[in-house]
Write a protein that binds this ligand. Sequence first.
Ligand SMILES: [Fe+2]
Ligand SMILES: [Fe+2]
Length: 244
Amino acid sequence: MRIAFISDIHGNFTAFQAVLADINSQNVDQIVCLGDVVTMGPQPVEVLNKLKNMDCLFIKGNHDAAVLNPEIAGQYEITHYLIPDLHWCRDQLSSDDLKFIDSFKPTQEIQLPNGVNILAFHGSPLSPIDIIQSTTPVETLDVYFEKETADIFIGGHSHIQMQRRYGDKFILNSGSVGNVFKFVYTPGTVPSLLPWAEYMIVSQSENSISMDSRRVYFDTDTLLQKVRESSLPGADWWLRQYSK
Ligand SMILES: [Fe+2]
Ligand SMILES: [Fe+2]
């Protein structure tokens, strides 16, 4: 059994296509999308149209919740300078698109054939705005996972890939497809992006489990061209990224 976890596409259709091509070469049985699908990038509609036609489990990220309710975006920790992008994104979407996003679940459970359980979420099982890092204190993890019995936890939201042991559990982050942060985001700073896409494959064979943190290079020039062609308010930020 091989499951691909994709997260934080953020409207970057160029990166998403590169990841889907890689997934197609990887003999995957299931795809799980961990949220933050459309906002910030130049092609939210293309991303959604692709996702709608995929056999995939969906988790609702904080940006997904915010695009559904832009008037309370602050509650989903959408930084003030991203608010114009949030509204631009919503303006591109049909009521059908919004209904599709609203069908996403806060968490999803997946049982592997050998009985190992996976719990998928966006930030933590408690909230899409919790950020779990390699440095998050165990006491904080105890709060997030107190009620959970799964063996493997996987989320997105931090935009940084991670594989971390936590007692007899694993905590994983599949990274971001469309918005790979160079460093962990801290409020008051503006993140820089790395020129690739990230996702993860969890594989189970008879008596083993493995996690493959994958990095997929995509054509950043094509993406930046899409940004230039769009009327995205945050275009300038994108155009400052990926400098060699
Ligand atoms: Fe995100
Ligand atoms: Fe997020």
